[in-house]
Design a protein. Structure first.
Length: 455
């Protein structure tokens, strides 16, 4: 059957204003990222102080730490599977229905986690059940942004697409701030010491997550689906078409290279920063929490700034610039952070250095929701975005084990630095492997070819 490409006047609005359809899709993608990252940070913040609720008493430290890291990693491992399933669904039957199914499934699983009893009632089945629910929820979470982001980008004006991407990605730092503040509040109201946080205090952030997701479902019902490419019955599935030999597979490998570097630098320079500041540098927990909230508030501003820069300069030069900064400036700052840290003194200077590291390594993420969808034709766009964005996280998510191995070669507190350098280098190579996508025609099909600069 013939393709019916999206009419730019209907899908993107005028040059200066976003159409109602565009606004709806953009808000939906923003909510999708917010819900996803809110859930990602739940175990690292809200659930971490309550893990003993799911474990037997007197469990040795090694086993307890292993269970905690499995709980963190299992959701990340579920996301690539979800990206494959829901990306294929979004390219086959539509972005909106795939998003609705993914959010609905995540809502149910989060509700079940909120009701989970502890070790006293279920024994080891408590932690097994929690891990299984986290894995299944990762599958659904991997589908939310996989379907919602391409829909938003297909509605966004080409000349504003990077700025739209950064607005969508604001859901990430905002989710971090909300989880941080809510967990801190609940730890004050329901202290761990008297057992109240272990019994019910940790459940409050999960209750809020369910509310957020139900609100997302109610909102997304009003989002309009853009015109779909008609697929003939004898045509391969979008996922098979994505990985088949040809330009789609080359684009996927290029995005995988870029995202491997982005995820590695994010995990080592950003995700472990709060634990590094409090555990290694011995900065008080409350100071770290307040500082981290400030870091992510600043990051929201840099996201908006890099969106404007990218719409003016192009995607590739900005990605290369921040990859170079991550491979050169960030490691130097990290070294200074460690070398000059003095517990009890100079805390402000230490936190300022940490903040610069977090912001510089994180800023290019703001434009990825524009760049990756621009790399794929409309027939496989959701699959390409979800698989390319998500599968690259698997190896970098094992960074904690690499750091332990590297600690035999150098002091543990310095082991992040080589991985940050490697992440920056991979990001630069990945960006240079791909074309400039500024102004790409997102209505273009595989046979038409995307209107992108191949230089």
């Amino acid at each position: 059957m013939t393709n019916q490409p999206t009419d730019p006047k209907q899908s993107t609005g005028t040059k200066d204003n976003l159409s109602p359809q565009a606004r709806g899709g953009i808000r939906g993608a923003f909510y999708g990222y917010f819900v996803d990252f809110y859930d990602i940070y739940l175990p690292t913040m809200a659930l971490a102080p309550a893990m003993v609720y799911f474990e037997p008493e007197h469990l040795d430290t090694v086993t307890s730490s292993t269970i905690y890291y499995i709980t963190l990693a299992i959701t990340l491992l579920g996301r690539p599977l979800g990206a494959s399933i829901f990306g294929n669904m979004a390219d086959s039957i539509g972005r909106k229905p795939a998003t609705m199914v993914a959010v609905g499934g995540s809502t149910v699983i989060t509700f079940l986690m909120m009701l989970m009893p502890g070790y006293a009632l279920l024994g080891w089945f408590a932690i097994i059940g929690l891990i299984l629910l986290r894995f299944v929820n990762g599958i659904f979470l991997g589908g939310i942004y996989t379907a919602a982001v391409p829909l938003a980008m297909e509605y966004a004006p080409p000349e504003k697409r990077a700025r739209v991407s950064t607005r969508i990605m604001l859901g990430y730092p905002l989710a971090f701030i909300v989880v941080s503040l809510l967990t801190t509040l609940m730890l004050r109201v329901t202290p761990v010491e008297d057992g109240s946080y272990l019994e019910w205090g940790w459940r409050a952030p999960f209750v809020l997550s369910v509310i957020f997701q139900v609100a997302f479902l109610l909102y997304y019902r009003r989002v309009e689906e853009p015109p779909m490419v008609k697929r003939s019955k004898d045509r391969p599935s979008p996922l098979k078409e994505l990985v088949a030999r040809g330009p789609n597979r080359r684009g996927l490998l290029q995005v995988f290279m870029l995202m491997s570097g982005m995820w590695l630098s994010l995990q080592t320079a950003v995700s472990m920063m709060p634990g590094f500041l409090s555990g290694v540098l011995e900065i008080p927990d409350m100071s770290v929490t307040v500082a981290t909230v400030v870091f992510f508030t600043v990051l929201m501003g840099t996201y908006l700034g890099v969106g404007r820069l990218t719409d003016a300069w192009g995607r590739r030069p900005v990605l290369v610039l921040f990859g170079v900064l991550t491979a050169t400036v960030v490691p130097v700052l990290y070294w200074l952070l460690i070398a000059t840290a003095d517990p009890g003194e100079g805390v402000i200077a230490t936190l300022v250095l940490a903040g610069i590291v977090v912001v510089v390594a994180n800023t290019p993420w703001g434009i990825l929701s524009a760049y990756i969808p621009e790399r794929f034709p409309v027939e496989v766009r959701a699959s390409g975005f979800g698989v390319g964005y998500t599968f690259a996280v698997i190896i970098p998510s094992l960074y904690s084990f690499v750091l332990v191995w590297m600690s035999h070669l150098m002091p543990y507190e310095y082991t992040q630095i080589p991985l940050v350098v490697l992440g920056g280098v991979l990001a630069v190579v990945g960006a240079l492997m791909g074309p400039e996508t500024k102004g790409a025609d997102l209505a273009a099909t595989r046979t038409q070819g995307a209107n992108i600069d191949q230089r």
